[in-house]
Design a protein around this ligand. Sequence first.
Ligand SMILES: [Zn+2]
Length: 328
Amino acid sequence: MSGWFDLGDVAVVPIVETPRLLIDPVEFFPGYPLGPSGWTAEEPWYDPGRGRLVYTMQAFLVVTSHERILVDACVGDGKQRARPEFDRQDSGWWKRFAATGLAADEVSTVVLSHLHVDHVGWATRWSDGHWRPAFPKARHVLTAPEYDYWRSDAGAAAMTRTGDYLADSVEPVAEAGLLDLTPPDAELGPHVRLCPAPGHTPGNTAVLVTGSRARLLLTGDILHHPLQMMDPDTSTRYCVDPELSARTRRRTLEWLADTVTAMMPAHFAAPSAGRVGRLGSGFTFTPATDLHRPGRYVVAGGPGAVDDAPGAVTRKRREDNGCPGQAG
Ligand SMILES: [Zn+2]
């Protein structure tokens, strides 16, 4: 699905790599053999005929009048990967990125929410016999705890299943001097900050985007599928610390239910963004149709420049852009 999200003076544009990746529920949620139930057992979240969860693989382009920030980098094309669906894939993502009108060297920042294989791939592209940074002028933001974990023995052990995808997707960025290791609550600019979200991985982060008319929390892999909104204690097989992951998930969903902030998880099916409400011990998800704009987004000087008056608006924004579970 095309379309983008209008936060006023900020646009958030999903750039989809794979719209419909079908996943066996038992693979991701081994303690959940019956799969999802209720509203999460229906399209677009679940394919009842095949008994498979529906995931979307996508990155998000955050466009302000001053910055072009890419949040996460999907799987990438042409890379040797252990998972058959990812191995040497030909998704056409790069053409969809280019269709925004943005050149690769105009991307100012790439945020890597965490270092799993489906979030780092487009950080590099094959060129002249090597994997080289795809966004050569961008600082690549990553939390220090995340980078340290994957360079530790525990991180190396975790990669025996997948192969060392960091060698072709992250190390070339580090060697080019483009890696910027930050604290997990770093402010990246007046509209964008990181929020700590440990558990899925040790240095996992969410990205809070604040526009003049709305806020959106890009929750990355705090949750993968809406079944985790009905049952927030359910972590995935791939969560490094499942209990901490569950605490982060519940804390984040509670915070979202108490605010007007919308959320957009990395793998929710299109249109992906919605607002969170409470239902019993779980949560509901209502698509943020008020923010969604159909059609292709083309970068042309940034969105809504008329709204983007510096000063009072920016100061207010800074005061109320605290993260889930933190003092504002
Ligand atoms: Zn993921």
